[in-house]
Design a protein around this ligand. Structure first.
Ligand SMILES: Nc1ncnc2c1ncn2[C@@H]1O[C@H](COP(=O)(O)OP(=O)(O)OP(=O)(O)O)[C@@H](O)[C@H]1O
Ligand SMILES: [Mg+2]
Length: 422
């Protein structure tokens, strides 16, 4: 058994600074890590992003702890090399097919004789709302305080200090398989990585790609990843429901590999370079050279044939998404439409085909308002990890230190100097 320890990594001169935040997205096809600096004006400066091929995950779940630990370590080493900052602690995004969400509601009467609502009252009503019976193999991952209701008045975000007799709360509770969470914790523990926050991926994604107005009026956020697809409904400013489909974009890749009799790697390349979501979106047909499984023989396949294979799977996946959305809401009744992110979104023509079949507006969600992010890194597959640094920046108590000369973004030398002298 290999034992990896982040403290033995050479070439890094400083641990993560107090005004820096790191984030990790452990996906089925790749692991992404990001490091950012939070300015005193609370702007986020991206200092670096790294990405390595995943190992040991199936449909968002860890099935090989050692392999996942090594891949995480590799990804963080890359980020450390890029920024010159050693990373010992980070936010980690979590998802997978074991995720479930339930909504709950609780009421308490205000204890204080003056009827001023205290932290204690808030804590009591929250605890009561979280008191759901869970099977022993499930663990509560996160609780989202959707709203408080004070004497019948809805839409209160924080009731502490308000006056009222009856305090209610509505919460969304996210649960996951205990084993899935423990496997994640064991993978990070294996490399001595401290996890500051474990957060459900769509909440991170919503930080980077949704506008507050969309969350308020109602929007469906879809993360079309390699192994899974998360569908999350936001309304009234917070998450209302979320589900994880056990299919992702690798479903298309596998089909291409089988029909074209080639390797998964070659099928993925063909999909990315020549794949189109519908043959109707192809201009003129052309022939594509494809290697066989052994990587030697080359045959020619028409782009039309590739588009037909891709389209069959895209239509199937859209049908699954539509069924899931219809279980909770009518697609025509989503004022904010659908926001699509995740690597699978990069398939050419996907937005057009989705709009046609889902009968609502669809837009690609890309992170905004991030300084220092080179355009080539502002891609849908980086949206979760970038949302992670935004989430961490908002939720951590950052401490600032003066560094007047520093201007570098992705400038390793600046970091070396800064780390040596601060
Ligand atoms: N240009 C492109 N065209 C089509 N597909 C693409 C393109 N670029 C990346 N992809 C696909 O995006 C997928 C990876 O997306 P992403 O990184 O969001 O998944 P993941 O986070 O690893 O997996 P998951 O979230 O399902 O656990 C791969 O299957 C890849 O083929
Ligand atoms: Mg993902």
């Amino acid at each position: 058994m290999v034992f990896l320890c982040r403290r033995l990594i050479e070439g890094c001169v400083s641990i993560i600074k107090k005004n820096m935040v790191a984030s990790l997205d452990i996906g089925t096809s790749s692991i992404k890590a990001a490091l950012a600096e939070v300015t005193p004006g609370r702007e986020i400066n991206i200092l670096g992003i790294s990405q390595v091929t995943s190992s040991g995950l199936r449909k968002g779940n860890i099935v090989d702890i050692e392999g996942t630990a090594k891949a995480i370590d590799h990804c963080l080493n890359e980020l450390e090399r890029l920024t010159g900052v050693a990373i010992y602690n980070t936010l980690v995004g979590f998802s997978g097919i074991s995720i479930n969400t339930v909504n709950n509601h609780a009421v308490v009467s205000v204890g204080n004789p003056s009827y001023e609502i205290t932290r204690d009252d808030k804590e009591r009503v929250l605890q009561s709302a979280c008191n759901i019976s869970l099977p022993p193999d499930k663990t509560l991952l996160q609780v989202i305080e959707r709203q408080y209701i004070v004497d019948g008045y809805e839409g209160v975000k924080d009731p502490v200090g308000m006056v009222g007799n009856r305090l209610e709360t509505e919460v969304s509770i996210i649960t996951a398989a205990s084993a899935a969470i423990q496997n994640m914790q064991r993978s990070t523990a294996r490399i001595n990585l401290q996890v500051d926050y474990l957060v459900y991926n769509p909440l991170l994604l919503s930080e980077s790609v949704l506008l507050p107005a969309e969350k308020e009026m109602g929007v469906v956020l879809i993360d079309f990843g390699a192994g899974i697809t998360e569908i999350t409904l936001f309304e009234g400013g917070s998450m209302l429901h979320s589900s994880v489909l056990p299919v992702g974009d690798e479903y298309i890749t596998r089909d291409l590999a089988i029909v074209l009799k080639t390797s998964i790697e070659e099928a993925d390349r063909i999909k990315q370079q020549y794949g189109v979501a519908s043959p109707e979106l192809l201009g003129q047909d052309s022939m594509v050279a494809i290697k066989n499984v052994q990587g030697k023989e080359i045959k020619q396949v028409s782009q039309q044939v590739i588009a037909d294979i891709v389209n069959a799977r895209v239509i199937e996946i859209i049908a699954m998404i539509l069924t899931e959305i219809k279980n909770h809401i009518s697609p025509e009744g989503i004022p904010g439409g659908i926001v699509l992110s995740g690597g699978g979104t990069e398939l050419s023509g996907l937005v057009d085909v989705m709009e046609e079949h889902l009968n609502t507006s669809v837009r690609i969600g890309l992170p905004e308002n991030l300084r220092g992010l080179p355009t080539e890194f502002n891609r849908p597959q980086n949206a979760v990890v970038l949302g992670g640094v935004m989430f961490a920046a908002q939720n951590s108590r950052t401490v600032y230190y003066e560094d007047k000369g520093f201007t570098g973004i992705f400038h390793k030398m600046n970091y070396w100097l800064r780390d040596l002298f601060s």
